[in-house]
Design a protein around this ligand. Structure first.
Ligand SMILES: O=C(O)[C@H](CS(=O)(=O)O)OP(=O)(O)O
Length: 259
C-alpha cells in the first residue's frame, strides 16, 4: 500500500481521483469516503437495484464458487448472465421490482471491474459509495451531509473502474463514461463547496464541464456502449446516461450495497 506522502497519493487534496484497484490504493490513505464509478455497468446496476430497494453484494468475476458461497451465506442469489431472466449486471434487469419481492438477501453481482474494486474496498475502515451519472448530485450531497455530521474536512477518493484488459492483468482500458461520471461527481462536489481538488480530479471535472451537453451522445458512442449495443443492450446505455435521474446513494455496509 502506498503511503500518503507518496507522489501519486494526491495526499494534499480533499477530492482525489484515480483509476482501478491500484489507483484506489494510491489515493486511499487518509480518505474517509471512496466513490466507485463504473457506469457500464456495475455501479449503474447497483444504483438501479437500490432504486427498487434491492441490495447488491459486489463480487469479483471469475470466481463462481466464491459468489455462490457468498450468496448462500447472505441468503441471497447470484446474478445471472446479462440478458437472462432475473437480475444481472444489466441495470435494466432491475426494472421489474416485483420479481425480487421474495428475495431475503442481496443479489451477488460478479463484476470484473467496479464490483472487484468495491469488494476490495470493503472492511477497509472507510465509507464506500456506488457513484454513477444517475446519482452524481445525490452522492455529492450525501458526502456534504456526512462532512457536516463529522464536523471536519472529509476526504473523498473517487475511483473510476475503466475496464481491465484481461482478467489476469491490472492494465486498464480507460473508459470515457467513467471519466465523465467521475468528473460529474467532482463538479457536483465543487458546486457544494467541496472544491480542494487534486489536479487529477480537476482535469476529470473540466472534461465533464466542457462536455456536459454532449455526455449522452459521447457515452452512447463510446467503445463500451458500442459493445453493449451490439449485444442488444441499448436500453442499458440509455439508462446509464441519464444524469441526476436518481436520488439513491448506495453505501457498502457489511459487504452489501444498500441505499
Ligand atoms: O458491465 C460490463 O459489461 C462489464 C463486463 S466486461 O468488463 O465488459 O466483461 O463489467 P463491469 O465490471 O460492470 O464493468
Amino acid at each position: 500500500m502506498s503511503d500518503s506522502s507518496a507522489p501519486f497519493g494526491q495526499a494534499k487534496y480533499q477530492v482525489r481521483f484515480d483509476w482501478g484497484a491500484a489507483g484506489a490504493e494510491r489515493i486511499l490513505p487518509g480518505a474517509h469516503v471512496a466513490v466507485v464509478v463504473d457506469v457500464l455497468s456495475f455501479t449503474t446496476a447497483v444504483v438501479a437495484a437500490a432504486e427498487r430497494g434491492v441490495p447488491v453484494a459486489p463480487w469479483p468475476a471469475g470466481d463462481a464458487a466464491g459468489a455462490a458461497a457468498l450468496a448462500r451465506r447472505l441468503g441471497g442469489v447470484v446474478a445471472g448472465r446479462r440478458g437472462e431472466p432475473g437480475p444481472s449486471l444489466s441495470p435494466t434487469s432491475f426494472a421489474g421490482a416485483e420479481a425480487f419481492d421474495e428475495l431475503d438477501g442481496p443479489v451477488v453481482i460478479p463484476s470484473p471491474n467496479g464490483g472487484a474494486i468495491a469488494a476490495g474496498l470493503a472492511e477497509r475502515g472507510l465509507v464506500v459509495l456506488a457513484g454513477a451519472l444517475r446519482n452524481r448530485t445525490a452522492v455529492a450531497e450525501w458526502i456534504l451531509a456526512l462532512q457536516s455530521e463529522r464536523g471536519e474536512r472529509t476526504i473523498v477518493a473517487i475511483v473510476a473502474a475503466g475496464e481491465r484488459v484481461t482478467s489476469a492483468s491490472e492494465a486498464i482500458r480507460f473508459a470515457i463514461e467513467d471519466q465523465l461520471a467521475a468528473g460529474a461527481i467532482v463538479d457536483a462536489l465543487v458546486g457544494l463547496g467541496i472544491d480542494h481538488t487534486s489536479p487529477e480530479a480537476a482535469v476529470a471535472c473540466a472534461a465533464f464541464e466542457g462536455l456536459r451537453h454532449a455526455t449522452t451522445h459521447l457515452i452512447g458512442a463510446s467503445g463500451s456502449a458500442v459493445e453493449l449495443v451490439e449485444g442488444g443492450f441499448r436500453g442499458d446505455v440509455r439508462f446509464a446516461s441519464e444524469r441526476d435521474a436518481s436520488r439513491v446513494v448506495p453505501e457498502l455496509r457489511d459487504g452489501v450495497f444498500r441505499a
